[in-house]
Design a protein around this ligand. Structure first.
Ligand code: C2E
Ligand code: CA
Ligand code: CA
Ligand code: CA
Length: 273
């Protein structure tokens, strides 16, 4: 049994070692891949209950030359810890601004949402960088929504309010991503200059079959209405979920039931489903 234990420890050590190696290799590859075609954005449409397009979210993809497509759940944390998320984020914002201009040319008007990571948002010059990118692109800032998670806003609430207010002045809006998963206190909702909440997919998954989850979703919708916040439900996969959300006046739905994230060129060709 003792030898067994030793082997097990050796196994854990070697697999941990492997993980560290893997991570370092990815970090190294990432530093060379930013700005190349390995990184791209996909886009997923948001729909209202009448089937109209009301917005869309940009989602980053990394097509690694040897490893194939790497999930953002894997590479975003590495980008975040290494600081490379700042460059990646700037790039994503530039691409999104270019898209906003293309959408404007088609005469359609709906906002694009982009994910902003905690490290990006905390950069001392975040507002300045955003301002610069928007000015250089000439994109309509009032068609841009930044998705951030609750944690980063609460960590430095006053700093967040300052940043958000400055960006609000440019026309930018803020959405709380993964709402309901991060914080127990809701008091911040009335203090922050927010536009929207995105209900995390973990609450949508078993709604309406699970009555607890359904109750939470209903409560979030009722509360948001009182606070004058829009609500997007994420991870909508079934007709039953969509019907429940529609019944409870959810503003927008995003999920595989309606459309998957797709290449920007397909999306611009009007293949939004
Ligand atoms: P998120 O912001 O919560 O994005 C929603 C995720 O749900 C996306 O995963 C999307 O593809 C997926 N999804 C959409 N509809 C459905 C559905 O009906 N069912 C299920 N099960 N999933 C659905 P994705 O694209 O793999 O992104 C994962 C996470 O990576 C994102 O979660 C976000 O936190 C992060 N991420 C993605 N792109 C960026 C980016 O450009 N910048 C930053 N900072 N983070 C990003
Ligand atoms: Ca998001
Ligand atoms: Ca989310
Ligand atoms: Ca999520």
């Amino acid at each position: 049994a003792k030898a067994d234990g030793r082997n097990r420890i050796a196994f854990y050590e070697s697999s941990m070692h492997q993980e560290v190696e893997d991570r370092l290799a990815l970090e190294h590859d990432m530093s060379h891949a930013i700005g190349t075609t390995q990184f791209k954005l996909q886009i997923q449409t948001q729909w209202d209950s009448a089937g109209r397009v009301v917005g869309a979210e940009l989602l980053m993809r990394w097509d690694h030359p040897e490893r194939g497509r790497i999930s953002p759940d894997v590479f975003i944390p590495i980008a975040e810890e290494s600081g490379m998320i700042v460059r990646l984020g700037d790039w994503a914002l530039q691409e999104t601004c270019a898209m906003l201009l293309k959408i404007k040319q088609t005469g359609k008007l709906y906002p694009l949402s982009i994910n902003v990571s905690p490290r990006q948002f905390r950069q001392a010059d975040f507002v300045k960088r955003v301002q610069q990118i928007i000015q250089q692109s000439g994109a309509p800032a009032d068609q841009l929504i930044f998705e951030v998670t609750e944690g980063v806003l609460i960590d430095d609430e006053n700093g967040s309010i300052d940043r958000m207010t400055e960006l609000n002045a440019l026309g930018l809006r803020f959405s709380i991503d993964d709402f309901g998963t991060g914080y127990c206190s809701l008091a911040y909702l009335k203090r922050l200059p927010l536009y929207e909440l995105k209900i995390d997919e973990c609450f949508i998954r078993d709604t309406p079959a699970n009555s607890d989850d359904a109750a939470i979703v209903k409560l979030i919708l009722a509360m948001a209405r009182q606070l004058n916040l829009k609500v997007v439900a994420e991870g909508v996969e079934t007709h039953a979920q969509a019907a429940f959300l529609t019944q409870n006046h959810c503003d927008a739905m995003q999920g595989f039931l309606f459309s998957r994230p797709m290449a920007i060129s397909d999306w611009l060709d009007n293949k939004k489903a």
